[in-house]
Design a protein around this ligand. Structure first.
Ligand SMILES: [Zn+2]
Length: 481
């Protein structure tokens, strides 16, 4: 490789493609099919040029039919309508039609009716420009995908999620969030001035999501070592490590809407999207902390209560994940002689006890048990690898150490960003009992393997250890690191 490539730069797509091509000899990764990602303090001015390039690449010359797809939130940039700024760049050269999606909710929900409405709204377009945050972008990805993958230019208006720069969409199926394949956007334009003006809880939620980068890859690596995950790729891991090399010293700037901090946050999220996109899995960025957040969603959905912001929950849960991971890395907690095969009958009883109260039919517990059975079968099939991993734990710990920042670093950063750093300060607030339920049983919910599964197999996931692990997420804020 002759050219220097900054692996943590999500805007250098050619560089990343060169790197991935060189490191992915067996071509297991998906191709990075975006033409451009711009993150700057005037990226919104690039819409005209991006549309021109995208149309040319699609073989369309001359005047084109362009649909500007928005929801009803009137997004402003320094007091001016962002939509009008975008339309003004396009209308001299193209036939521009603006379509406003409104499903009756205060903020757009990505349920099937919305996806159908969006698909119909962009019919006949040569290209679609979406303006909005994560949901709007995801809906646009599905709508353009269902219209023959016509080019999509994304104008990103919040740093709330990492889904702007990936090839999937998070949608609602029967009220439950599901990730479905959709497409890569053609261009992503992230203007830091607009993003800084987004509701603060969106950007701080993005920060919560972003910091899971400092622990989740360890769970992915562990699942790979034990043979329970087959999606692991060293090139993807190298990108994640590069992005996580420096803890976010700019966190405080997020709470103040400072341009540099907003750009750093947007870059971190964009890189996450790219890595999970080419890896074709969210497993690389979804460990203990994500499953804790999923537990809270499951509980709220079962009780027909509003679901909290994903990233905000993930941020708090990251403090739990990082604390238990550092204990496993830095102490002699893991002792090879403690490893025991899980007893399926006992697991089934525990899953019933953990989830049986969520619904009258027992369907949720049955679903969790079905998923966990797959995990138990894989544990059985890979037992030699388990024994080897714990026997050589000290060696592995050196690798894990590079993937996990201590909570002493992440907690002050989370607080400085303005994001919730305790379960109780989340919206909706999570009481101590519910938080403990979510943390204690997080490994019983689904088939993905993480550190808590291993600790449980060793008889280490005890009430004492759970309490110790959670101490970092309780008020008063200053008592524990
Ligand atoms: Zn996430």
């Amino acid at each position: 490789m002759t050219r220097h490539i900054n692996l943590s730069d999500p805007t250098d797509l050619d560089g990343l493609r060169l790197y991935l091509k060189a490191e992915d000899k067996d071509q297991r990764l998906l191709s990075l099919d975006m033409m451009g990602v711009t993150i700057s303090s005037d990226a919104h001015l690039g819409v005209g040029a991006a549309v021109k390039q995208a149309l040319a690449a699609a073989g369309k010359t001359g005047r084109a039919n362009v649909v500007v797809l928005v929801d009803k939130s009137a997004i402003k940039r320094e007091g001016q309508s962002l939509r009008q700024i975008v339309e003004a760049q396009l209308s001299p050269d193209h036939a521009v039609r603006t379509e406003v999606l409104d499903d009756g909710h205060a903020t757009l929900h990505a349920h099937e009716q919305t996806l159908d409405a969006a698909t119909a709204a962009v019919k006949g377009a040569d290209l679609v420009v979406t303006i909005g945050s994560g949901t709007m972008t995801d809906v646009g990805k599905v709508a353009t995908n269902r219209n023959g993958d016509i080019p999509q230019v994304v104008v990103q208006t919040a740093a709330s999620v990492d889904g702007f720069t990936d090839n999937v969409s998070v949608v609602l199926k029967n009220g439950v969030k599901r990730t479905i394949p959709s497409r890569w956007p053609t261009f992503v334009l992230a203007d830091a001035v607009t993003i800084a003006d987004a509701p603060l809880e969106l950007n701080t939620s993005g920060f919560g999501e972003a910091i899971s980068l400092f622990t989740a890859p360890a769970d992915w690596y562990l699942a790979n070592l034990t043979g329970l995950d087959t999606t692991f790729h060293p090139a993807s891991m190298a990108l994640l490590k590069a992005a996580a090399a420096e803890p976010p010293s700019w966190a405080e700037g997020v709470s103040k809407g400072e341009s540099v901090a907003i750009q750093n946050l947007t870059r971190l999220l964009a890189l996450r999207g790219i890595v999970s996109g080419v890896s074709n899995t969210t497993a690389c960025l979804s460990g203990v902390e994500h499953v804790i957040s999923h537990m809270l969603d499951l509980y709220h959905a079962a009780h027909h209560k509003p679901i909290g912001l994903h990233g905000a929950q993930v941020g708090v849960a990251t403090l739990v994940a990082t604390r238990i991971w550092r204990r496993a890395i830095d102490t002699d907690l893991i002792k090879p002689e403690l490893l025991k095969k899980p007893d399926p009958a006992a697991m089934e009883q525990r899953i019933k006890a953990a989830f049986g109260h969520l619904d009258k039919t027992g369907a949720i517990a049955a679903e969790c048990w079905r998923d966990c059975q797959k995990k138990l079968q894989l544990v059985e099939a890979n037992w030699d690898r388990f024994q080897s991993v714990v026997a050589n734990w000290k060696d592995h710990a050196r690798e894990f150490s590079k993937m996990v920042q201590p909570s002493e670093t992440l907690r002050p950063a989370l607080i400085a960003s303005g994001a919730p750093a305790t379960f109780e300060s989340l919206a909706p607030s999570i009481n101590p009992e519910l938080a403990r339920w979510a943390v204690a049983n997080c490994h019983l919910m689904r088939n993905r393997f993480n550190l808590v599964d291993l600790l449980d197999m060793m008889g280490l996931w005890t009430p004492e250890l759970i309490d110790w692990t959670m101490a970092t997420t309780k008020t008063p804020a200053k008592a524990v690191a």
